[in-house]
Design a protein. Sequence first.
Length: 342
Amino acid sequence: MEAYFEFEKPIVTLEKKLQDLRELSSHDGVDLGEEITIIEKKLAQLVQKTFSNLTPWQRVQISRHPNRPYTLDYIERLFPDFMELSGDRCFSEDKAIVGGIAKWPGTESSFLLLGHQKGRNTKQKMARNFGMAKPEGYRKAMRLMELADRTKLPILTFIDTPGAYPGLEAEERGQSQAIAESIRLMFRVSTPIVSVVLGEGGSGGALAIGVGNKVLMQEFSTYSVISPESCASILWSDSTLAERASEKLKMSPMELKELGVIDSIIPEPQGGAHRNWDAAASLLGTALEEHFLPFLQDSPSKKKGASTKSDSRANRYDKFRAIGEHALIKDATPSKSNGTTK
């Protein structure tokens, strides 16, 4: 099903016109090469103009685009040897989070891969709970991270969720505790971790698998302590003011990199990952080669001793301790007691 936002409508209209011209040229043998070239140039210019001037709210919309590739779409293209592992060994299997062992292509180097997974159609969305994990999802993630720690496997996580599931049954089974324990575990494991925000990085549901030595974001993804709708509801008692809230939250990769919350921004194909899954996967693969492959090559499983393990844990701790660090500005007002400057 074709899906697009209002600001994408001129692009979709031009694409439809281009498709019609190509079909007419192919079926009827009419030479429309010149017209097609003109439309292609106009389309490229329109896409460039539209996606280089997005508002904060439009960026939120793109991060939620229904055609955007999800975790399993990237796994299919980048790590075809992925072997999924299921269940939290306590309650049930939560399909909102997928996890398992993967191999880096062309090598025998293995690692643990975890990620949120949304659905495409109604049936899949219900089965995946719209990418919102319940406590058993995070407990499954913890079980697998503990396995990776014991077997000295580096961990790669893909984040794409509106947030953890807020339903009654999730609260009854300890949602907040599961999230807190997952965050604590990610600080404690001694193996390196890289986290990538693919689409939405929402609240504690995202952070629960987002404590990495390196945190990366795709160009049109978002990452925030709260969704714009929830923020608007709390601040102004009106969720319809989500667009206004998105302007205040500093959710974009550029803002978060400047603040030191993330380490790098992964470029997307022109017009966003939803317009070209293969190109998006290729760009993600290139970024992982730079930021994750060195951890894989230096994995403790290939070395004797524990220096790499302890270094990874300490690095992760220091990284998150430094977020929000600020300098104290001395008061230049002379002290009344002794006349000195504070």
